[in-house]
Design a protein around this ligand. Sequence first.
Ligand SMILES: [Ca+2]
Ligand SMILES: [Ca+2]
Length: 361
Amino acid sequence: MKKLIPIFAVLLLGLWIGCGDDESANGPDGPTAIRVYADTTVSAPTLSSADEQVWASVDSFRVEVSQANSPKLRPPEAADVPPDIYVQAIKKANDLYLRLQWSDPTFDAYPDHFEVETIYTGGALPYVEFKSEFLSVPYEDQIFVMFDGLPKGGYDVWNWRVLTTGGAGLGKGYSYTDTLIGDILVEDTLIEDAIGTAGDSVAIENPAISQQPTYAHMDTSKFDGYILYVDSAVHREEAIDSIWDSQTQDWMLIFFPNTTGWDIGQVVPGWLINSNFASMSDNERGSRWDIKAVSVYDNDPAQYRVVLCRKLNTGFSVDEDIDLSAVDSVKVKIGIYDNQEDFKTGSPRRGFSDDFWIILK
Ligand SMILES: [Ca+2]
Ligand SMILES: [Ca+2]
């Protein structure tokens, strides 16, 4: 009986693709359009992992990525971006789930960070001095999923970044409008969606004082993760231990720069991540943080797998969020950024996918 299940699933899918081909005027606009069919038959992902079993039975669609796609680089540069991205979609109840899979040779999750530069010993307590890497290193790995067709023109954008949104289990909402001459981008605006009642404190910069981090993980040198959660952080003026100094006959407070075990070059993250946002209500998160996310980075092969989920209709202003419950299909493109920041003019390490359609009904 078990063997019959995949066959049945394939038959069902075939029937359903057949239905999809009878698209109305609202649907795909040509024979070459890439169509990503949102599976409505499987159960809803729980977002416990980017590799949940439910995705194994959902068709994966290959979409090409190129620097030649709009918005183009300004001026044109040779792009070193993955040639493609694989897209899966599930529509369930009021939610759209996208699973995106693309190659990236480097896990870049340390935008703006601190590194151990000098370790002083010989005093009553050791002392570790850091240097900040706020300008010399670029940014982080990120993607932009752009839904074409906002009521006033432009795109509804889901932006996922490996640390400053993904660390909190979220993607960030924007709207984007562009002005093209021919197909060359001359002007554009990327505007953050409105915040909710909880504000915007998903990722807060770890303040640098004379290049020293204000916060480190409470495990100090033992911490080797890339996400420093607010709840696990300790302030540099917050004592984490004390020892009896027999010379001064007094207690000496120990702060994180006085702890042992640090290595030269060891990293302290430059951002504090608020882990509470993903469990907040819609109104607390607001339109800006209405996308939930779960991700994994694998080294072999080097690739990201990211699942994003947002309500088809968030109920927030239609100026900010496209209402996907009202359409049969939606035109989408995806920007892939390998450790890059600049959305508008781009760089050699960013490219956009071909346009493709997600078929929702
Ligand atoms: Ca990368
Ligand atoms: Ca939004």
